[in-house]
Design a protein around this ligand. Structure first.
Ligand code: AMP
Ligand code: MG
Length: 349
């Protein structure tokens, strides 16, 4: 299949382009599209065959459920068996925006979309072109991140092309996304609202609305056995092809240790990479050194993380050492993705 790449204006998308993409989705095809978090790989959420195609195109295990994207609050009634009060409060505070909520589903949502679960994850993206596409598609788009399973999520349309060209009908190119890491996921099916994946909307922000909120304790450490609540957390994710380690500690010691480690790896004939910041980039001597931006701007660090991981792949980097970041606020989401990319390998400087 030939994949059509079309540039779209994020704020005022061309009606003809949206109509064409909407027709593809209604007919059961797949369209990748920009959102404020990362690019999504969209299919009609209410069509089981579309969801099967999404899993096939990504090479994603079919028990890893998809997030259903909606464009209006009224869309909830048809797909939620229950609309808890917390959902209404959080939607008022954060929708449209980078927050996904899990609630019991109705029969309208096929099990193919929810990976066999009786619950459904729902989000309303803060992105006019994405919202227009959802409406054109009939109101419900199932969309995981538009990367091949196991690769870092796409923050540019070019990343989607790399991974999915020839496997999907269309890609809408809205340029670089705004946030760069996936939405916060909060499970509303238990006694206490529980964060299953950290994102731009932090625990503190959720607590300001709900009072009580907890974070799944397995988020920042390796899960040995057991069954994590968000099935996606079982799989290796966000991974570069090289072996990555995070080096933690006081800045000057981190820099010295990373240089020693890359020298060691280079002596063994490995191509080396360093993931760092504007403040430290001049001090490294690895083969490929990438800054994520200023350490004082967590938003920049988040936005550039996946792109940098893909660049290490493009350059054939085999051993990567990364500086570490604060786990406070939005930093928790960034460190969660970095820890996963590193297979939870952390070295104390
Ligand atoms: P992605 O679409 O790549 O951002 O991944 C979606 C994430 O949402 C995966 O990690 C899933 O495990 C999680 N998810 C989606 N639906 C549910 C659900 N019903 N219950 C728990 N986790 C879910
Ligand atoms: Mg993903």
């Amino acid at each position: 299949m030939e994949t059509k790449l079309v540039v779209v204006d994020n704020e005022t998308p061309d009606a003809g382009i949206i109509a064409e993409a909407g027709r593809i989705l209604r007919a059961g095809g797949l369209v990748a599209f920009p959102t404020e978090t990362v690019y999504g790989l969209g299919g009609d959420a209410l069509n089981p065959d579309s969801s099967k195609k999404i899993y096939a195109a990504k090479g994603r295990p079919s028990d890893n459920p998809l997030i259903v994207h909606i464009a209006e609050m009224e869309a909830l009634r048809a797909i939620c068996a229950e609309i808890p009060e917390e959902m209404v409060q959080l939607a008022e505070a954060f929708w449209p925006g980078p927050l996904t909520m899990i609630v019991p589903k109705t029969d309208l949502v096929p099990k193919e979309t929810t990976g066999g679960l009786d619950t459904v994850a729902i989000r309303m993206p803060d992105h006019p072109a994405a919202l227009a596409l959802i409406r054109a598609a009939g109101g419900y788009i199932a969309a995981p991140s538009a990367n091949a399973s196991g690769r870092p999520s796409p923050t540019l349309a070019g990343h989607v092309m790399e991974d999915l060209q020839g496997r999907i009908e269309m890609i809408l190119d809205g340029g670089e996304v705004g946030i760069g890491v996936e939405s916060t996921i909060v499970d509303l099916t238990g006694d206490v609202p529980t964060i299953l994946r950290p994102g731009y909307v932090t625990e503190e922000m959720l607590k300001r609305v709900l009072g009580e909120v907890q974070t799944d304790p397995t988020l920042m450490q390796k899960v040995e056995g057991g069954r994590p609540k968000a099935p996606g957390m079982r799989y290796r994710h966000y991974a570069p092809k090289g072996t990555m380690s995070i080096v933690e500690g006081e800045t000057t010691e981190v820099i010295a240790r990373i240089n020693a480690l890359t020298d060691e790896a280079a002596a063994q004939g490995k191509k080396t990479g360093v993931l760092c910041t504007e403040e430290s980039i001049a001090q490294y001597r690895a083969d490929v050194v990438r800054s994520l931006g200023s350490r004082s701007e967590m938003q920049s660090i988040a936005l550039h993380l996946y792109r940098a991981l893909r660049e290490f792949d493009d350059e054939g980097v085999e051993t990567i050492y990364a500086e570490s970041f604060s786990r406070d606020g939005f930093g928790q989401a960034v460190m969660n993705r970095m820890l996963k990319a590193a297979g939870y390998t952390v070295i104390q400087a």
